[in-house]
Design a protein around this ligand. Structure first.
Ligand SMILES: C[S@@+](CC[C@H](N)C(=O)[O-])C[C@H]1O[C@@H](n2cnc3c(N)ncnc32)[C@H](O)[C@@H]1O
Ligand code: SF4
Length: 405
């Protein structure tokens, strides 16, 4: 199960923020994340904050959920005075595609009336291939969803089996065709590499199958064996072998080569697009210190320099929002130096890189050393930015460590 939330300071029951934080957020626009904590089955590798119907035992359900988030939107509307419009909305999970489209529409409608949805707002919904249909995509388009992120993971049945993914590989192409013909404008696929038993040939097959779909955006994640998951227990029992770091690095390189040969360029370590316009604007907001409000159990928020996080369990969340209380479990206001440190950690993972001008002299020296070691682009450094080379991306944690020491 997921680890504990941070402690932080207590958050007030009405969710109110310091006036200075609201003032800082005013007029800048913000992103909205809606966490959808439901899955039909839990994949053995996943420790996200999500629950099956059996685990919820008749408590919060997919059909009652939009009402709860609407209650949190009312609270946000009272707290965020003049912080709109909403620039991006991201329904993430869990499995957001289990949510009826009418519920998605009700949430978008209330976000629009409360804060204004910016013209051309990016509205993403994460979908599992087995839980969508042509009709569902058409309904999503009708309520304003314009981007879908599809959990493809692999094109190889044996790999999907180890991951406990219930869909057939062919279902992904069908779902993509359904989404496109319904009018979804931006399509992204998620892939995972480094599943126990996966071979280089399997990974190549998955990459080529993804490219055959001509997606606007590709995310490729290295499989993390999360403590407490069924996968971790299987690894501990010796039933399956965790993949070692060298093989994971080879797989990353293969992904960058194969995607690159087809015209896809990285813009964040795990994300590639052909056109810069297809970059996920919502996630870029997280990585560049923008403001966002995370709705739902366990969701995190950042507004005007204040961070907070909601209670994790859907029942605890429901109790709070039904009583008109903030679901925040705690909050903190990172010091300017902690905020800068975070910007270095996130900014260095972006292809746009980190401006040298904001860095202290010791970090600038570390950036020069990284360039000398072939971890940062020499040309970009001369132009005043730290941009990782392919080797630097493979050793990003080491570079971050050196820059922040
Ligand atoms: C949490 S899921 C939510 C969307 C959807 N339910 C799905 O599975 O595609 C988002 C992405 O995180 C990935 N993910 C979850 N646990 C992971 C892990 N332990 N290592 C790597 N990726 C993981 C999923 O495979 C998926 O692509
Ligand atoms: S479907 Fe997605 S969110 Fe649900 S358990 Fe699997 S990886 Fe996690």
């Amino acid at each position: 199960m997921p680890g504990p939330l941070p402690d932080g300071d207590p958050a007030p029951d009405d969710g109110s923020l310091p006036a200075a934080a609201v003032q800082r957020a005013r007029g800048r626009g913000f992103g909205v994340y809606v966490h959808v904590p439901f899955c039909t089955v839990r994949c053995g590798y996943c420790d996200f904050n999500t629950y099956t119907a059996e685990e919820l035992r008749g408590g919060v359900s997919v059909s009652s959920y939009p009402e709860l988030v609407l209650a949190e939107i009312e609270l946000a509307a009272a707290v965020l005075d003049g912080a709109g419009p909403v620039q991006t909305v991201f329904f993430g999970g869990g499995t957001p595609s289990l949510l009826p489209a009418a519920g998605v529409g009700a949430l978008l409608g209330r976000l629009d009336s409360a804060f204004g949805l910016a013209t051309g707002a990016e509205v993403t919904l994460e979908a599992n291939p087995e839980s969508v249909s042509a009709g569902y995509f058409a309904e999503l388009v009708a309520v304003g969803v314009n981007r879908v992120s599809l959990g493809m993971q692999s094109a190889v049945p044996s790999v999907l089996d180890v991951l406990d993914r219930p869909h057939r590989p062919e279902r992904v192409a069908e779902a993509v065709a359904e989404a496109r013909s319904a009018g979804i404008e931006q399509l992204s696929v998620d892939l995972i590499y480094g599943t126990p038993g996966e071979t280089d040939a399997d990974w190549l097959a998955s990459l080529h199958a993804a490219l055959d779909l001509d997606p606007d955006h590709v995310s490729a994640y290295s499989l993390t064996v999360e403590p407490g998951t069924r996968l971790a227990a299987r690894v501990a029992r010796g039933e399956v072998a965790a993949v070692d770091e060298d093989i994971l690095a080879d797989r990353y390189q293969l992904a960058d080569d194969v995607l690159g040969a087809d015209g896809y360029r990285w813009y964040e370590i795990s994300n590639w697009t052909k056109a810069p316009a297809a970059r996920c604007r919502h996630n870029l907001g997280y990585w560049t210190g923008a403001n966002w409000w995370g709705f739902g159990p366990g969701a995190h928020s950042h507004v005007g320099g204040v961070r907070w996080w909601n209670v994790r369990h859907p029942s605890a969340y429901a109790d709070r929002v039904r009583a008109g209380r903030s679901p925040a479990a705690g909050r903190e206001q990172p010091s300017p130096s902690a905020a800068e440190l975070e910007q270095v950690m996130l900014g260095v993972r972006l292809a746009d890189g980190l401006p040298l001008s904001g860095l202290p002299p010791r970090a600038v020296a570390a950036a020069r050393a990284a360039a000398a070691d072939g971890l940062a682009e020499a040309g970009a450094l001369q132009a005043g930015r730290v941009v990782l080379t392919l080797r630097g991306r493979l050793l990003a944690d080491t570079v971050v460590q050196a820059l922040t020491d």
